[in-house]
Write a protein that binds this ligand. Structure first.
Ligand SMILES: [Zn+2]
Length: 293
């Protein structure tokens, strides 16, 4: 099982610290933001202890493909309303793929964006045009993994057909993959408890080979709520059994699964959640003892 979580990436050890944090959870994969997820200020990659991080991963036997980068969620490729938002999306994505390549990661997860005051079709068209405008400037060897969204607000990409339509409009489809988020798919209306059916749907619309990353999260909301509020594994509406079935599905055995579940009373839950998913046995007590309701 290739499993890890979102980890922090901050001083003094930066990416090396991220790797150490993941290893502390018993993870063999990790996902980091190259800076704060809500802003675009970024340190030069020369300060991020990247060679040390790569050496630590090699020492621990983790291939670099198990390190995932997530682009900040303020980047909105589907916005066609504000010129400065459009400019930022293009310039930041070029730089972010270069940082991703320098870190040594192959996959950069990106939210496809929100259409704001336009409409869904315009949002999809805009995102494709934005990607096409920078296709030649993106770092080679980095796959942008468009994430399946919950459909809250004016998000695009909450149905697989929308992502397929977006990819049908890009000039360099080989630059793109998909990141499946179980909470988002549940909230968008998909039945994650029948994961093989979800994989079949991905195969029919996008091709299963596009699937590069799985975000493994429970959901606070019922299927179809279009909310996007992550819950700890086994504490939400998807449930432990279904999420364990995702984690052990043979068709996605080689795909990193990344937990983005909430911290519990100031404690990272990831070591506990990873252990439970590995063993297949769930006990609420381990997180309720930390302070979960
Ligand atoms: Zn995301």
């Amino acid at each position: 099982m290739i499993i890890g979580s979102h980890v922090s990436m901050s001083g003094p050890d930066f990416v090396l610290g991220s790797v150490e944090e993941a290893l502390g959870y018993g993870a063999n994969a990790l996902m980091l933001y190259t800076g704060a997820p809500q802003n675009t200020r970024r340190k030069p990659t020369t300060e991020l202890k990247i060679p040390e991080a790569k050496a630590r991963m090699a020492e621990a036997g983790l291939p670099m493909e198990h390190l995932i980068v997530h682009a900040p969620y303020i980047i909105n490729p589907a916005n066609s309303v504000k010129e400065e938002v459009m400019d930022l999306a293009r310039t930041f994505l070029i730089e972010e793929t270069r940082r991703t390549a320098e870190i040594g990661a192959s996959y950069m997860v990106l939210h496809p964006g929100s259409f704001t005051t336009t409409d869904l079709a315009t949002g999809i068209q805009t995102a494709a045009a934005q990607f096409n405008a920078i296709a030649d400037d993106l770092a080679p060897g980095v796959t942008i993994c468009l994430e399946t969204m919950a459909g809250k607000g004016s998000e695009i990409g909450y149905q697989l057909e929308q992502l397929a339509e977006l990819l049908s409009k890009v000039t360099h489809p080989e630059q793109f993959g998909i990141c499946l988020d179980t909470c988002h798919m549940n909230d968008a209306g998909y039945d994650v408890t029948d994961f093989d059916a979800v994989l079949d749907a991905i195969d029919h619309t996008l091709g299963l080979s596009r699937l590069k990353v799985i975000h493994l999260n429970d959901s606070k909301n019922p299927r179809g709520a279009r909310k996007d509020r992550h819950e700890n594994i086994g504490f939400g509406t998807i449930g432990f059994e279904a999420l364990h079935a995702v984690a052990v599905n043979e068709r996605t055995a080689m795909i990193p699964k990344i937990l983005e579940t909430p911290w519990v009373a100031g404690h990272a839950p990831y070591g506990i959640e990873i252990e439970q998913l590995r063993t297949g046995s769930f006990s609420r007590d381990l997180l309720t003892e930390l302070g979960h309701d």
